[in-house]
Design a protein around this ligand. Structure first.
Ligand code: TMP
Length: 269
């Protein structure tokens, strides 16, 4: 068996060196965290499901001309992606007031916003991902003005497309977080969609019942977490079999823990 070279380990994913220069292997873990790592747990099978959902959504976005880092799926938990220089921003798009937006502005969760609102947060666990104005992003050179323009237009296009796609599956896209990176090829550099799109980083509500079908079930101890992730995959037509969901891959090391056994620490909300 070949040893793999780990490049980076995040809270829900791990990156390994890819088989060809300029590529990486993105491994989806079952680990879940919330409130900047204060709450920790495991959502059994999440890695397998998020790998599938992210593949599906990135492919569909690619079809409408959004450049993405996705190359191909390697196995149940891993995909080959283009290596990028991550732009240190969490780009949040909101259609409906929820989460930190609802609490920050004292708005009822569920209030429809008149138009999609984009918020940029600085990707920094140490600083708790503070919201940052475009002027500050440019001043500190986290992104150039032209890159911010590209990011903004792609984020809005992604929002329109995903809102429609999910609506067709009986799911309302409340908000989501995406990340972008610089892809260097020869003498060119292009900003492309990176990271993942999955119930870990979206708010997804059932259109009929309003039931939450995303990581808020974990964050807020609502129960039926695994079921919600599976239901999103099922509605998108990408639900793997039970055997596949249980699949382990070489890098999966930690034993799954029952969610009920997860200790809750002080949260930021
Ligand atoms: P928020 O309302 O808590 O600011 O979250 C907005 C959206 O961003 C929501 O869909 C969840 C997602 N999100 C992440 O993906 N990672 C994070 O660290 C946070 C805080 C939110």
């Amino acid at each position: 068996m070949n040893r793999r070279v780990p490049i980076y380990e995040g809270k829900a994913k791990q990156l390994f060196e890819g088989p060809e220069p300029g590529t990486l292997i993105q491994h989806f873990k079952d680990d879940a965290t919330a409130f900047n790592n204060v709450k920790k747990g495991v959502i059994n099978g999440k890695g397998v499901i998020n790998n599938r959902i992210s593949e599906y959504l990135m492919l569909r976005l690619g079809e409408i001309g959004i450049p993405t880092h996705f190359i191909r799926t390697l196995n149940m938990r891993e995909q080959l992606v283009k290596a990028v220089e991550i732009i240190p921003l969490e780009v949040i798009v909101r259609n409906v007031a929820a989460g930190s937006f609802a609490s920050r502005f004292g708005v009822d969760e569920g209030a429809q916003l008149p138009y999609p609102i984009i918020e940029f947060c600085l990707k920094s666990d140490k600083l708790n991902d503070p919201i940052v104005a475009p002027e500050i992003i440019v001043a500190f050179q986290w992104a150039q003005p032209s890159e911010l323009e590209d990011i903004t237009s792609m984020a809005l296009r992604i929002n329109d497309f995903l809102s429609g796609l999910l609506l067709g599956a009986g799911i309302r896209l409340i908000d989501f977080k995406i990340e972008f990176g610089r892809h260097y090829e020869g003498n060119t550099v292009q900003v492309i969609l990176a990271d993942e799109i999955s119930p870990d980083c979206c708010r997804l509500w059932d259109t009929k019942t309003g039931e939450k079908m995303d990581k808020d079930r974990f964050r807020r101890d609502l129960g039926k977490v695994e079921e919600a992730y599976r239901e999103v995959a099922r509605r998108l037509g990408v639900l793997p079999s039970d055997k596949e969901v249980a699949a382990k891959s070489p890098a999966a090391s930690k034993k799954p823990v029952k969610l009920s056994a997860v200790k809750k620490k002080k949260t930021r909300k």
